[in-house]
Design a protein around this ligand. Structure first.
Ligand SMILES: *[C@@H]1O[C@H](CO)[C@@H](O)[C@H](O)[C@H]1NC(C)=O
Ligand SMILES: *[C@@H]1O[C@H](CO)[C@@H](O)[C@H](O)[C@H]1NC(C)=O
Length: 436
């Protein structure tokens, strides 16, 4: 049967993660991927040994090969953060993008039907379901299959969502102009060195996609029963996850699913969903400040905005009025540092005035504050600007019209080096600066 996939528009936003400023909290022991005695799954990001995830000793210490770590790698996908998983028997290693803005996880599979993206060698080989002894297809009447169809707009198009001859559930997910489509399957998911986490993990075996990275696929943290997070959460005692994406790719970062050390000073309410996207996690931005000075925005306009916290999007997208005020304030602050605004480019970028020292001195750049309900985050300049080249610096903020119109997104750049906690029991976000 021809595999015909009717891909409807589902905006799948992307991703985020966080850890710890653990002075006085850490023992020098190595904390690798493990299930700690408090029942949390810990995944070190990048470096295998993180000295300070929390003070409790490892119970099921698993020695980590490459699985279980999380990395940023611009050669694989710039602006994304990746974690390692192993699927199937024998286990196949895959590096996948961490995405809090989408739900279904998927990997590039062998037996590509239409067109499939290339994978970097270091992202692992394509998963071949025919080789895995533990792989099973998911049938069309399976509840997760039905949910995935409804959630992705395939509900009324069942002929396209099922291969009747083999009773195989067909899925498709869309991320803006990218998509993945294929067969829904279950297999053994391992994190760490053969440390089984989910025996019958549901994921998409992708046989047709348009995808701009070289990773194996995407791991979804959105709130759906079939997302990676919810499948993991069933095995932990507390419904939460936290991550820290390192600003610097040499630095350490991590991802934790389950209970976390509760000492957090910066806490803001977590809101369920964004518009019709019930599965994402949002918060309320009250205002912003540059170098301690609150942005001047037309006082007759309510500029408070709900934002999706998306680990898979790099830049932050704010409303046009706030963006305009921010770019004006930053341009003025940068002028005082010897940088002029380069007009004509789509993004807001700066170059040093002739004769001034072009070396980037992040220390001198303006700081930006984001005032969320009950928590103000002071973003270090590395979280506010991209260094495009030795003499060109661009703002990592954009108006929402440059992304998805009317969707405000708190991207991963703004939150790097913060531990970002998603506490789905208390319905809070927690932030801890300089955590990785
Ligand atoms: C991993 O664990 C499974 C289940 O315990 C076992 O069947 C398999 O042989 C192990 N694989 C390796 C590579 O150790
Ligand atoms: C997650 O989804 C469940 C089921 O739809 C819902 O009851 C719960 O409030 C959601 N939680 C969050 C944090 O969105």
């Amino acid at each position: 049967m021809e595999l015909r996939l009717h891909v409807l528009v589902l905006l799948a936003l992307s991703y985020i993660v966080g850890p710890c400023n653990c002075t006085g909290l850490c023992s020098p022991a190595s904390y690798e991927f493990r299930l700690s005695k408090d029942g949390a799954f810990h995944f070190p990001v990048f470096h295998r040994k993180h000295p300070c995830l929390d003070p409790s000793p490892a119970v099921h210490a698993a020695s980590v090969s490459d699985a279980g770590t999380v990395i940023g790698d611009d050669e694989i996908h710039r602006g994304k953060y990746l974690m390692a998983i192993s699927l199937g028997t024998p286990a196949v290693f895959s590096l996948v993008t961490i995405d809090t803005g989408s739900t279904l996880s998927w990997v590039n599979c062998e037996r590509c039907q239409i067109s499939c993206h290339d994978q970097a060698v270091k992202a692992g080989p394509r998963f071949d379901p025919h080789i895995s002894a533990t792989y099973r297809q998911v049938g069309c009447s399976n509840a997760d299959c039905v949910d995935i169809h409804v959630d992705n707009g395939l509900g009324l198009l069942t002929p396209y969502g099922c291969n009747d001859e083999t009773d195989t559930c067909i899925y498709s997910v869309r991320y803006g102009s990218q998509y993945s489509a294929g067969k829904l399957g279950r297999d053994r998911l391992a994190l760490g060195d053969n440390f089984t986490v989910v025996d019958d993990f549901i994921f998409g075996c992708s046989e047709d996609d348009r995808f701009y990275g070289l990773e194996a696929g995407v791991i979804g943290f959105g709130n759906k029963s079939y997302s990676f997070f919810n499948q993991m959460a069933r095995q932990t005692s507390y419904s939460a996850f936290a991550y820290c994406f390192p600003s610097d790719h040499q630095a350490e970062g991590f991802l934790v699913v389950g209970p976390y050390p509760q000492r957090l000073e910066l806490v803001t309410p977590l809101m369920r969903g964004y518009g019709r996207r019930w599965y994402v996690y949002s918060l309320l931005l009250l205002g912003m400040a540059v170098d301690g000075k609150r942005l001047e925005v037309d006082p007759t306009v309510d500029t408070r905005q709900i934002m999706v916290v998306d680990s898979g999007t790099e830049d932050t997208f704010v409303s046009p009025l706030v963006f305009y005020a921010l770019s004006e304030a930053v341009t003025s602050a940068m002028g005082g540092k010897g940088y002029y605004r380069e007009y004509g480019s789509e993004k807001v970028c700066f170059r040093p005035f002739q004769g001034s020292e072009p070396a980037v001195t992040w220390r001198d750049f303006p700081t930006v504050e984001m005032q969320f309900l009950r928590a103000t985050l002071k973003l270090p300049p590395e979280n506010v600007f991209h260094q495009q080249s030795a003499d060109r610096i661009c703002l990592a903020f954009q108006p929402d019209a440059s992304g998805v119109r009317d969707v405000r997104i708190l991207g991963n750049k703004a939150l790097r080096s913060f531990r970002v906690v998603y506490d789905l029991e208390k319905m809070n976000f927690g932030f801890q600066p300089r955590a990785c």
